[in-house]
Design a protein around this ligand. Structure first.
Ligand code: KG4
Ligand code: ZN
Length: 369
C-alpha cells in the first residue's frame, strides 16, 4: 500500500510518500520512499517569526514542485514524460492508495492550502482522504522507524510531551487513538519562548537551534555574570505550563545591561544556556510528575523542541539516575520537526480503524487531539 501525505500547517511545505511493508501482519513497518520538506525559514527570518499570509502564498507556490520532488524521489514518476498536475495519474508508474492531510491545529490560511490540494487529488484519483491532527502526528512520528504494533499493550498508558513552536501539551495516551490532554501552556509555547528570546539577542529564527548552539559554547569558568531565570509554574500541582514570564525576565535582564555587555558573546552564551536550562527543567519536572502520577509505562516525546539534544539527554539521565521504570520513546531528530511522513503513518492508522472517508473535510486552526 502506498500513502501520499501532505502537511502545510505552519511554514514548511511537506509531502511524503510511505509504503506499508507488512500490511497483513499485526506488526506494521513502513518504508519512507520520500519525505520532502520545503522550508520557508529564509523568507520569515527577517520578520523573526511567521507571517501567515506570506506563508500561505509560499505554500501555494511550493506544493506542486514539492509533490513532484516527492514522487520523483519515491520513483513513482515516469521521468520520460513531462509532469503535469492535470491528469497526474497518467504520469505515475504505481498506484497511490491513500491520501492523508493535516487539517489542524495550525495557521488557518496555511492549512487550507494543503486541505484543498489534497481534496482535489483525492477527487481526481478517487482515493480515500484522511484528515489528520498535527499533534497526534507528532506522537506517531515515533513509530515510523521502529516496528509498530498497533495493538501493543506494552507501551500504554503513556505520557506524551508534545512541544513545538505552537504547542506545549502533556497528553495521557491510553492506547493508539485514545488521548486526554492533562495540561498545556497558558500563554507562549516552549518553542515560541526559544524563538522570541533568541530574537532579543539578534539570533536567527528559528530560535531553538540558535539558542542551543550558543548554550553549548557557554563555559561556567569564564563567566562573570550571575544569571538566574525563573522556572514558571514548575511546582504547581497541575500539568499546565507558562513561558511568557520567562521571556519577559530575559527581556528585563537584557535591558538593564550596559551596551557593551549586551553585545558581548559571553553574555549571550550565558543567557542562552540559562534559557535552555529553564525550559528543560520545567518540561522534565512536569513530564515526570505526570508520568509518576499516572503510573505510566512509557514517556513519548514529539515536536520540534524535542530535537533539543540537552532535553533528550537530561530526561534520559534523570530517568536512569532516579531508577524510574519508564521507557523513553523519542523520534529520530529529523522526524521531530514538521514533516509529512508523520502525517502518512497517522493516516494509515486511522484508515485501518475506519476505512471510510469523512464527507466534510475542513481546516480547523484550533483542532484538539
Ligand atoms: O514542530 P515544529 O517543527 O513546528 C511546529 O509545529 O511549530 O517546531 C518548531 C519549533 C520552533 O519553535 C523551533 O525553535 C523549535 O521547534 N526547535 C528547537 C530545536 N529545533 C527546533 N527548540 C529547541 N532546540 C532545538 N534543537
Ligand atoms: Zn509541529
Amino acid at each position: 500500500m502506498i500513502i501520499l501525505a501532505i502537511e502545510t500547517s505552519c511554514d514548511d511545505t511537506c509531502v511524503a510518500i510511505l509504503k506499508v511493508k507488512s500490511q497483513k501482519s499485526k506488526v506494521k513497518s513502513f518504508d519512507i520512499l520520500s519525505n520532502v520538506v520545503s522550508s520557508q525559514v529564509k523568507l520569515h527570518k527577517k520578520y523573526g517569526g511567521i507571517f501567515p499570509t506570506l506563508a500561505k502564498r509560499e505554500h501555494q507556490h511550493n506544493l506542486v514542485p514539492v509533490l513532484r520532488k516527492a514522487l520523483q524521489e519515491a520513483r513513482l514518476l515516469n521521468s520520460k514524460l513531462q509532469f503535469k498536475i492535470q491528469n497526474l495519474d497518467k504520469f505515475l508508474n504505481k498506484k497511490i492508495d491513500l491520501i492523508g492531510v493535516t487539517v489542524g491545529p495550525g495557521l488557518e490560511p496555511c492549512l487550507w492550502v494543503g486541505v484543498n490540494f489534497a481534496k482535489k487529488l483525492a477527487k481526481d484519483w478517487n482515493l480515500p482522504l484522511i484528515p489528520i491532527n498535527h499533534i497526534e502526528a507528532h506522537i506517531f512520528a515515533n513509530f515510523i522507524d521502529s516496528k509498530l504494533q498497533f495493538k501493543s499493550q506494552k507501551l500504554f498508558p503513556a505520557i506524551c510531551l508534545v512541544v513545538s513552536g505552537g504547542h506545549t501539551q502533556l497528553i495521557l495516551m491510553k492506547d493508539f487513538g485514545k488521548y486526554k490532554i492533562l495540561g498545556e501552556t497558558r500563554d507562549d509555547a516552549a518553542g515560541e519562548c526559544f524563538d522570541k528570546t533568541a530574537r532579543i539577542f539578534g539570533l536567527e529564527y528559528p530560535g531553538g537551534p540558535a539558542i542551543a548552539a550558543e548554550a553549548t559554547k557557554f563555559q561556567v569558568s569564564n563567566f562573570k555574570f550571575q544569571v538566574k531565570l525563573p522556572r514558571p509554574m514548575m511546582y504547581t500541582k497541575n500539568y499546565d505550563f507558562s513561558f511568557s514570564g520567562l521571556k519577559t525576565a530575559v527581556l528585563y535582564n537584557y535591558q538593564k545591561q550596559p551596551a557593551k555587555i549586551k553585545k558581548s558573546k559571553k553574555y549571550i552564551q550565558a543567557m542562552a544556556f540559562e534559557i535552555q536550562q529553564a525550559i528543560i527543567d520545567v518540561l522534565i519536572h512536569k513530564t515526570l510528575k505526570a508520568a509518576k502520577d499516572y503510573k505510566v509505562k512509557t514517556i513519548i516525546l514529539g515536536g520540534g523542541v524535542t530535537a533539543n539534544e540537552e532535553l533528550r539527554k537530561q530526561l534520559f539521565e534523570k530517568i536512569k539516575k532516579e531508577k524510574l521504570n519508564f521507557k523513553l520513546q523519542v523520534p529520530s531528530l529529523k522526524l521531530c520537526l514538521d514533516n509529512a511522513a508523520m502525517i502518512g503513518i497517522t493516516a494509515y492508522f486511522h484508515w485501518l480503524k475506519n476505512r471510510k472517508t469523512k464527507k466534510i473535510i475542513e481546516a480547523d486552526a484550533n483542532l484538539k487531539i
